[in-house]
Design a protein around this ligand. Structure first.
Ligand SMILES: *Cc1c(COP(=O)(O)O)cnc(C)c1O
Length: 347
């Protein structure tokens, strides 16, 4: 286990046990459920429609088919987690397991409050920090380790490692987690990926990583402000983390159309459901831009302003105007050339 010295990644140091064999985040969640639940047990998680993940009980996923899945949503006034509302649902449902975490939530998650809720209804608590793991490791987001029985995470999102996942847990879950991974759901480990995870954990312990994660958040906030100046609506009015959820309804364009236009101009984003989205998950009313990639290239606040204006221009003018897409596309390439991923690589 890693040692906590100043500047170290706190998360790995604080957890009793880690299993790093998981091939994907979805499999990490499957193993966690196999360790903690019997088929048919009740789970309570954030719904996909409100920012949760498919593997948290969605009916089209194994999690929704094997377990009796219930959901909490966001506060309709603020679009934020409302812990009193979650407690009310938890008291009604009496789940065996509460899951905290999601894929499209731009605000801090209070794991301590989730623990209080879990304790009040006698539930186990799992955090899925796939998205925010890098922020947590850099202490730029509260740490779930002191409050959760089990924590699952991918290693390829803000942690910036290889595609893969891990599970952290309390000592009393260690054997069950390990057995749920092997022989429960996986056979041979991917040793080359585990080696790459070791490299990413080492990088996460370095001081530069802390600064990187903080810059991701600063960049995301400036990108959000720039989009707001351009008349865009941000769900919750801003962000505390690495992503923005942009509500496009006042722009009269769907998330799918906006994402396609942006891609034609060299900028890749996810289309994304907004809370209570009137459109389907294939169309959506939102996009979900994030700043970890741009920040890794060395871009800072000024570049975020530029990118924000480009996004606005493409969405405002690009629809019937291939010249705008081409012009912005060229500027995107120039900016990327000025901030190469690998300086020595000739591509
Ligand atoms: C991405 C994600 C996953 C799944 O990860 P995969 O490696 O794509 O299976 C699970 N949970 C959350 C919250 C995620 O954002």
């Amino acid at each position: 286990m890693l040692r906590a010295t100043p500047g170290d990644a706190i998360i790995m140091a604080a957890a009793d046990h880690a299993n790093v064999q998981l091939h994907t985040g979805s499999q990490a969640n499957m193993a966690a459920y196999f360790a903690m639940l019997e088929p048919g047990d009740k789970t309570l998680a954030m719904s996909v429609a409100q920012g949760g993940h498919l593997t948290h009980g969605n009916p089209i996923n194994f999690s929704g088919q094997l377990y009796d899945s219930y959901f909490y949503g966001l506060d309709p006034q603020t679009n934020r987690l409302n812990y009193e509302m979650i407690l009310d649902v938890a008291k009604e449902v009496r789940p065996r397991l509460i899951i905290a975490g999601g894929s499209a939530y731009p605000r801090i998650i209070d794991f301590q409050k989730f623990r209080q809720i879990a304790d009040e209804v006698g539930a186990l608590l799992m955090a899925d920090i796939a998205h925010i793991c890098g922020l947590v490791a850099a202490e730029a987001h509260p740490d779930p380790v002191p409050y959760c029985d089990v924590i699952t995470s991918t290693t390829h999102k803000t942690l910036r490692g290889p595609r893969g996942a891990m599970i952290l847990c309390r000592a009393d879950w260690a054997d069950r987690i390990d057995r749920a991974v092997f022989p429960g759901i996986q056979a041979g480990p991917l040793m080359q990926i585990i080696a790459a995870k070791a490299v990413c954990f080492k990088e996460a312990q370095e001081f530069g990583f802390r600064e990187y994660q903080r810059q991701i958040i600063r960049n995301c906030q400036v990108l959000g402000q720039t989009l707001q100046e351009e008349g865009f609506t941000l769900v919750t009015g801003g962000t505390d983390n690495h992503l923005l959820l942009v509500d496009l309804r006042n722009k009269n364009i769907t998330g799918a159309e906006a994402a396609d236009l942006m891609e034609a101009a060299g900028m890749v984003v996810n289309k994304n459901l907004i809370p209570d989205d009137p459109l389907s998950s294939t169309e959506t009313s939102g996009i979900r831009p994030g700043t970890p990639g741009l920040t890794s290239r060395g871009m800072k606040e000024n570049e975020m302003k530029t990118v924000g204006h480009w996004i606005a221009r493409v969405i405002h003018e690009g629809r019937d105007n291939p010249d705008v897409l081409e012009e912005v596309g060229k500027q995107v390439v120039e900016l990327c050339e000025a901030f190469p991923i690998y300086e020595d690589l000739d591509i």
